[in-house]
Design a protein around this ligand. Structure first.
Ligand SMILES: Cc1cc2nc3c(=O)[nH]c(=O)nc-3n(C[C@H](O)[C@H](O)[C@H](O)COP(=O)(O)OP(=O)(O)OC[C@H]3O[C@@H](n4cnc5c(N)ncnc54)[C@H](O)[C@@H]3O)c2cc1C
Length: 402
């Protein structure tokens, strides 16, 4: 495999966001997509279940078929995709350093898109004590084992978390003949929306709300899981734990780079064109925030790809951008974090999340005067979107709780 030394557009990450942007840009530029996995397609490649593809292909698909269709569409448009290449450094220029079987190489580009996705929190990040036996894995890893390797790592696991991805874990277990013994949620409510929230009940999996895992016990493999909930402490006989959700942007590359990060999302700081603090770098997809669906990430890839095309043609406005500020401790983050005047932007809405269940009014102000308001009744991880300001200026988003 030989890698080119330069290209017009370099895209890091061959998931839905990266492939969508690549397909959008291919008619007018040389586009190179790199991915560190052995095959392109991103997370959906590991998800042998529905629902994928409605927005992109107008039909319901399983993850691997959806991933193959995205790859085929990009290649048909002229995109060059190279797998097994790990990008290790982002430099001004833009220039990136990559490692592969061929060694260490530098690639120059006119513009770079970061589309490295998100990853789930580990057991350590959930702060679970106890012994360190085998059989504790995240949903993504479980899906890799079950769908890509045909393995069954345990038979009676406990599922920790109730985000949408936790229900992917249930579907993956069903596919492999694994019967979860319980689903554990530290909060008072299931995080995912109905109808996903009734799924454990339909599958006969006991759901423990307001409950935490205090210890995981076992020598080589998990043998018991100790939980503490409203009725006190109890022990579940289980041989595995699936740690689900609590996603974080896969932002390792940003850590040692010159690009600014948003401490609230953990991803890059971007404006409403998807531009990073160095305007030769753009970003799209779940790297921006934890976490959205594949279809949403794909649509962001299309839109940011369009903005990159405009930048290549010299049609993107200059960097006169204004900050978006959040007031109210229940507001977790906003994407994008800066808006660019009244120009048609890649992001047609501001995306928000809350830190805890809240009800109240969101008041949106530009340069101090209100331009929109809406009532919200929301929970962490649920999508909230609000309109961009109709005129240029700093934006304030104020939450007035009821
Ligand atoms: C377990 C699980 C189940 C899900 N189930 C569904 C579902 O049923 N329906 C749905 O709509 N969504 C689902 N999602 C969400 C959705 O599929 C993804 O989040 C979506 O794939 C995001 O697209 P992306 O392009 O932003 O990132 P990803 O698909 O994560 O792609 C990012 C790519 O970047 C590559 N990469 C990262 N760092 C580097 C680097 N340094 N160098 C080179 N390559 C790099 C990765 O290898 C990866 O292929 C699920 C997510 C998970 C984790």
């Amino acid at each position: 495999m030989s890698l080119p030394r330069d290209t017009d557009i370099l895209i890091i990450g061959a998931g839905p966001a990266g492939l969508a942007a690549a397909t959008e840009l291919a008619p007018s530029a040389r586009v190179l997509v790199l991915d560190r996995e052995t095959a392109a397609g991103g997370i959906p490649r590991h998800c042998g279940h529905y629902p994928f593809g409605l927005r992109e292909f107008r039909r319901l698909m399983k993850g691997p078929a959806y991933a193959r269709a995205l790859v085929a569409r990009a290649e048909a448009a002229g995109v060059r995709i190279v797998s097994g290449v790990n990008v290790v450094s982002l430099l001004p220029g833009p220039r990136v350093v990559v490692t592969s079987d061929a060694g260490v190489t530098e690639i120059n580009a006119k513009l770079v898109l970061l589309a490295t996705g998100a990853r789930e929190s580990s057991r350590a990040q959930w702060s679970i004590g106890g012994e360190k036996p085998g059989g504790i894995i995240a949903t993504g890893a479980l899906q890799g084992l079950v769908y890509l390797e045909g393995r069954r790592p345990f038979r009676r696991p406990v599922i920790l978390g109730t985000e949408l991805v936790s229900f992917s874990a249930i579907m993956t277990c069903a596919h492999a003949g694994i019967r979860p013994v319980a689903m554990i949620e530290p909060n008072t409510h299931v995080t995912a929306r109905w109808p996903a929230a009734v799924y454990p009940h339909l599958k006969g999996i006991p759901l423990h709300l307001s409950t935490i895992i205090t210890a995981i016990e076992g020598r080589d493999q998990v043998e018991r899981v100790v939980i503490r909930g409203p009725k006190g402490e109890s022990t579940l006989e289980a041989d595995g734990v699936i740690v689900t959700g609590r996603f974080r942007p896969e932002a390792t590359l940003l850590e040692a780079s010159h690009l600014l990060r948003d401490p609230a999302t953990g991803g890059p700081l971007i404006d409403s064109f998807g531009r990073c603090s160095d305007p030769s770098y753009f970003a799209a997809g779940n790297l921006l925030r934890p976490i959205e669906t594949a279809g949403w990430s794909w649509a962001e890839g299309v839109a940011v790809g369009g903005a990159m095309g405009a930048a290549l043609a010299g049609r993107l406005p200059q960097r006169d951008t204004y900050p978006v500020q959040l007031s109210g401790d229940a507001l977790a983050w906003v994407v994008p974090q800066r808006v660019a005047g009244v120009e048609a932007a890649a992001f047609d809405r501001l995306q928000l999340r809350v830190t805890r269940p809240v009800a109240g009014w969101l008041r949106l102000k530009v340069a101090g005067s209100e331009y929109a308001s809406r009532r919200i009744d929301s929970r962490p991880e649920r999508r909230i979107t609000v309109p961009l300001p109709p005129r240029a200026g700093a934006v304030d988003i104020v939450l007035e709780e009821e």
